[in-house]
Write a protein that binds this ligand. Structure first.
Ligand code: NAD
Ligand code: DAU
Length: 336
């Protein structure tokens, strides 16, 4: 097994990256983290504020900046790459930053790892596999063919393929993980669960795309973190592992749970314009990760996790209030 002492976490001021930084600080005292983050609209240094300065250092910069990578990558033994443009709706409105960050950014990191012989773990998504029919008993596995639907997911698929090519051609030491939908603290209010919670907290009716029958496979972000650490330290080089926690639910069910937990009528929401090309269902079969590496999720009660997430947003109004206004103005302009 591999015990990294100095890691770079790209996108460590975003939702999942910052939760991973907290996870490493809390569980792996021998590891120092350098966060590399551009602080886009989705990055917030408050997400990692208060962590001990001898354990975590923030470098504000762009993963596409090869000169910056030459300065900071040497001396690190691994890069865990979370940085991305991550939101499907934004990618439909304006794909360009997705091409730049997700594809070119991954290429720059791979080149830096090749130059300085650094281990690389690539964070990706189940969306690279496209979608499943609602009545299909199948779930995604590591051998499901790639079939991405949106500008976002196609750039993530492209980045995964770059990683595989660099592994085979240049012998880079890499692993890839493709995870399902995360929820938990620090998630941007543009995403489904925080958007609806903060709508209710600000007296706005929640917004459901279409009929709300689309299924997502929810996993608590702390379980994603423990899975990534497991793969980084014990995964087989060159392999892909799917991460999921058997959390399939359709959107209308999740929305009604939120409404009821927040003391509202379960019909108290609006149907809004559906997402173009909206994927119907994602579902992960994580057998390989569970059997080969012995990983299991800790947050198995979705209702408990959702309740804690609602409490977190209720208690952290100043964290999201300003962003909320900007986000809703953008949604309003696109009829959502
Ligand atoms: P996020 O949008 O909350 O955070 C992205 C972070 O990356 C931000 O801090 C941003 O400032 C930073 N960033 C963006 N462009 C950058 C650049 N060019 N250089 C440096 N930093 C840059 O995203 P998230 O939801 O936390 O997703 C993190 C990763 O996990 C992404 O790779 C995403 O594809 C993947 N993923 C997300 C989910 C999910 O449910 N959200 C599920 C599976 C995989
Ligand atoms: O599957 C993993 C992916 O999950 C990640 O790769 C992405 O980075 C992440 O953003 C997420 O993508 P989704 O498109 O599934 O997440 P989002 O939160 O945008 O939407 C979840 C579902 O809820 C989707 O079916 C669309 C729907 N939705 C979304 C919003 C914002 C609504 O019905 N209403 C809304 O207001």
């Amino acid at each position: 097994s591999f015990s990294p002492k100095n890691i770079i976490v790209t996108g460590g001021c975003g939702f999942i990256g910052s939760n991973f930084v907290h996870y490493v600080v809390n569980n792996h005292p021998e590891t120092h983290v350098t966060v590399l983050d551009k602080l886009t609209y989705a990055g917030n240094p408050e997400n990692i504020a208060g962590l001990p300065s001898d354990r975590v250092e923030l470098v504000v910069g762009d993963i596409c900046d090869a000169g910056l990578l030459d300065r900071i990558v040497p001396g690190h033994d691994a890069i865990v790459h979370y940085a991305a443009e991550s939101h499907n709706d934004n990618s439909i409105a304006d794909p360009e930053p997705f091409l730049k960050t997700n594809v070119e950014g991954t290429y720059r990191l791979l080149e830096a790892c090749r130059k300085y012989d650094v281990r690389y773990h690539h964070i990706s998504t189940d969306e690279v596999y496209g979608d499943l029919a609602l009545d299909d008993p199948a779930r995604f596995t590591e051998s499901t063919p790639y079939h991405p639907s949106s500008p976002y997911s196609s750039t993530k698929a492209a980045s995964d393929l770059l990683v595989r090519a660099w592994t085979r051609t240049y012998g880079l030491r890499t692993t890839i993980s493709n995870c399902s939908n995360n929820y938990g603290p620090f998630q941007h209010v543009e995403k489904f669960i925080p958007r609806q919670i903060t709508n209710i907290l600000t007296g706005v009716r929640p917004k459901l795309y279409g009929e709300g029958l689309n299924v997502r496979d929810w996993i608590h972000t702390e379980d994603h973190s423990s899975a990534v650490w497991t793969i980084l330290t014990r995964g087989r080089i060159g392999e892909t592992y799917l991460i999921g926690a058997d959390g399939e639910r359709n959107n209308i069910t999740v929305l009604r749970m939120i409404l009821e937990m927040m003391g509202k009528d379960s019909d108290d929401f609006d149907h809004v314009r559906d997402r173009p090309g909206h994927d119907r269902r994602y579902a992960i079969d994580a057998t390989k990760l569970r059997t080969e590496l012995g990983w299991t999720p800790a947050h198995t009660d979705f209702a408990d996790g959702l309740k804690a997430t609602i409490d977190w947003y209720a208690e952290h109004r100043q964290w999201w209030e300003k962003t909320k206004e900007r986000t809703e103005a953008r949604y309003k302009a696109q009829g959502q």
